[in-house]
Write a protein that binds this ligand. Structure first.
Ligand SMILES: *Cc1c(COP(=O)(O)O)cnc(C)c1O
Length: 361
């Protein structure tokens, strides 16, 4: 098999060791003669690995006991609806910090269920995008929650501060940066993430929710999105995405073997530094995000001459560097370098970029 590095934004690459383990167990899981995807979610074996996955996730993120961890379906966008349904009435206001296309999408969905109000947006200064920190005095303390996305997958925009919101619960869409670094879960009301970027295969969404915020879902909330109901049934009110849950569990074990999220944070920073230096050291490539707000997970960049985009994509693919095309709304290139991307992958990309520049500049 040809060695490639896959820079897809999502579904994204998974750790090679995890894929090998899944392959080894694929048709004969725990010597049962069956695949894990062919057994009941109510069986003792599955319940055991499901519970282990939850425990490993709790260990990795040091999730306090007064938080529930839910394994749901409907992806990140499902939570765009589940959050307003669980946390607000139709008369309530939800506050939104818009740092890019996903947090903007969350506003549109919330508006179907409550009064979504934008409290801050990306601004451009001298050609660089930045995210202004909202002032506490601008936060309406009667709002149901404040929603934000600390890592914008499409735009490559990120920020590592938390909005100061007083008593208003913080809700974070961490679809593309969960488990990339340590976080203080106790500062959040809800954290959610679609799995297919930094956790496992698509089909699973992880929700970490503080106890006092559950049990208030409005009556019309679909049962499968009701945090209290799902928590009371260990996320098995309906059939969960068993294979995705199993694979997420393997990823959590792999993360522990790597030294946990502390170790991942330093590797991720190193990978991002390699790539941003390569971009900043050349006038052939550029990135339009202010250095304070650059994502270490998703790195968009443009070629000075967009006429070369097509050949860049062809040649990079030939070199085994896959899925570098930028999102259609941003154009150019984007390298997604989640936990599973080894340093060698980023080194190979940087080498390719330098050679491409020498040849075409
Ligand atoms: C991918 C993504 C989503 C949407 O996830 P789906 O699972 O496709 O619904 C939402 N938010 C962020 C930050 C994402 O990266």
């Amino acid at each position: 098999m040809k060695q490639v590095f896959n820079f897809s934004a999502g579904p994204a690459m998974l750790p090679a060791a995890v894929m090998a383990k899944a392959q080894q167990e694929f048709i004969n899981w725990r010597d049962s003669g069956c695949s894990v995807m062919e057994v009941s979610h109510r069986g003792a074996d599955f319940i055991e690995i499901a519970a282990q996955a939850e425990q490993d996730l709790r260990d990795l993120l040091k999730v306090p006991d007064n938080y529930k961890v839910l394994f749901l379906q409907g992806g990140g966008r499902g939570q765009f609806a589940a959050v307003p349904l669980n946390l607000s009435t139709s008369d309530d206001t939800s506050l939104h910090l818009v740092s890019g296309s996903w947090s903007s999408g969350a506003v549109d969905e919330a508006n179907k269920y409550n009064n979504a109000k934008i409290i801050g947006q990306v601004v451009e200064h001298n050609g660089f995008q930045t995210v202004p920190k909202p002032a506490l005095s601008d936060i309406d303390q009667s709002a149901a929650y404040l929603h934000f996305c600390p890592n914008e997958t499409v735009d490559g925009i990120a920020f590592d501060w938390l909005p100061e919101a007083g008593n208003v619960p913080l809700v974070a869409d961490m679809s593309s940066n969960i488990l990339s670094k340590p976080i203080d879960v106790s500062k959040y009301g809800v954290i959610y993430a679609g799995a297919q970027k930094n956790i496992g295969p698509s089909g699973l969404s992880l929700v970490i929710v503080r106890d006092d915020l559950i049990g208030k879902a409005r009556q019309s909330t679909p049962s499968i999105f009701d945090y209290a109901l799902m928590a009371s049934k260990d996320s098995m009110y309906n059939t969960p995405p068993t294979f995705s849950w199993y694979l997420a569990g393997l990823v959590f074990q792999w993360l522990k073997e790597q030294g946990g999220v502390e170790a991942m944070a330093s590797i991720n920073q190193h990978k991002a530094d390699l790539l941003y230096s390569a971009i900043d050291d050349s006038s052939f490539y550029r990135n339009n995000v202010h250095p304070d707000n650059r994502s270490i997970m998703n790195v968009p960049f443009h070629l000075a001459d967009p006429a070369l985009d097509k050949v860049f994509l062809e040649k990079s693919k030939e070199a085994g560097l896959m899925a570098l095309k930028g999102h259609r709304s941003v154009g150019g290139m984007r390298a997604s370098i989640y936990n599973a991307m080894p340093v060698e992958g980023v080194e190979a990309l940087v080498k390719f970029m330098r050679e491409f520049e020498e040849h075409y500049a």
